[in-house]
Write a protein that binds this ligand. Structure first.
Ligand code: SF4
Length: 328
């Protein structure tokens, strides 16, 4: 919502000063779908505001449900579409947020990348995803792993996290951000948000393989990314998560996994998340060696887990966001 416009509108209507706070509280509560539902305001005022501007800049176009997962297709004020997913664990709900419409990085395994890049989401649009999910479900944790590369939209990400922390009261330790490896922003993020969990989408442990899967490796080479990872943990003393999706005959050879194990064990704050791949059309093939790899990592005492995959039936699992828009 445009709070400056709201404030001047209320002033021109000779509304008392406390009205702005009343409306701000209603906006962030996530309990109202439009102005008419905010019954603490007079009917005249509600009708007037409803006719002037929308309560939220996003609208919920469609909600899809599968076991343990919900997906919302959001529509923006400029008629663009993007998605966000809610995963229901036994003890909490986690929302996976988007930061861009499409993505410019074009990772080989990712449906979002195949959409191309449309634009950055505003801080308001990022925060409204949380608010509009709260309208339907309790929201306990957030991961920035939806559409887009969060660190290519850093200033809006930063603003959104600050609002989420201070106004929506979701603490830093319950928030995770994942990056494909935008090196300068990793350092900035460590300084700005040392309490927020960071994950690096690694997916390969040598430069040539990673270049094939993630073109961003050309701009930010793997050795520099791994050095920055070491800097990150020495600066924050926080665990750093590495995401590694397993692709058949690309990054799942015994040599790849041995190098990966050696790297993860090189620092006690490094932690590996293995990701069984969700197949997307024309995407990379899932590895069939998960069991052998898990056995190897266990025998070699590597700190790791295998990421639970949610929502494949509604194309809401990792690397699948984009389908509902029908853009690919
Ligand atoms: S995996 Fe992430 S960074 Fe890569 S194209 Fe998809 S959304 Fe972009």
């Amino acid at each position: 919502m445009d709070f400056n416009l709201l404030s001047s509108t209320l002033e021109s209507l000779n509304q008392p000063k406390y009205r702005l706070k009343q409306i701000t509280d209603a906006y962030y509560s996530g309990h109202f779908k439009d102005w008419l539902a905010v019954t603490s305001l007079s009917l005249d005022l509600r009708q007037y505001l409803q006719s002037q501007f929308p309560l939220y800049s996003l609208s919920v176009e469609k909600t899809l449900t599968s076991s343990g997962t919900q997906k919302i297709l959001f529509k923006t004020a400029d008629d663009q579409y993007f998605e966000s997913v809610l995963m229901q664990y036994p003890e909490w709900n986690t929302v996976c947020l988007s930061t861009q419409i499409g993505c410019p990085l074009n990772c080989a395994f990712c449906a979002t990348g195949k959409m191309g890049f449309k634009r950055n989401l505003t801080a308001e649009e990022i925060v409204e995803q949380v608010i509009l999910w709260k309208n339907q479900f309790p929201v306990d944790r957030l991961v920035f792993m939806g559409m887009g590369e969060p660190f290519l939209n850093y200033s809006n990400l930063k603003l959104a996290i600050e609002t989420i922390n201070t106004v929506l009261k979701i603490g830093s330790r319950k928030i995770s951000v994942s990056t494909a490896g935008i090196i300068p922003q990793i350092k900035q993020f460590a300084l700005d948000f040392p309490q927020i969990n960071l994950a690096i989408s690694l997916h390969a442990i040598n430069q040539s393989t990673r270049l094939k899967i993630m073109p961003i490796t050309q701009q930010y080479p793997l050795n520099e990314l791994l050095d920055q990872a070491k800097n990150y943990v020495s600066l924050t003393r926080r665990q750093l998560f590495f995401e590694y999706a397993l692709f058949e005959d690309i990054n799942d050879s015994p040599q790849d996994i041995a190098s990966l194990a050696k790297f993860i064990k090189s620092n006690y704050l490094f932690y590996l998340n293995l990701i069984p791949v969700n197949q997307v059309p024309n995407g990379l093939k899932a590895s069939t060696k998960l069991t052998q790899i898990v056995n190897y990592l266990t025998q070699n005492q590597v700190d790791f887990s295998v990421r639970q995959s949610f929502g494949q039936e509604i194309n809401s699992a990792c690397g699948q966001l984009a389908y509902t828009t029908g853009k690919i």
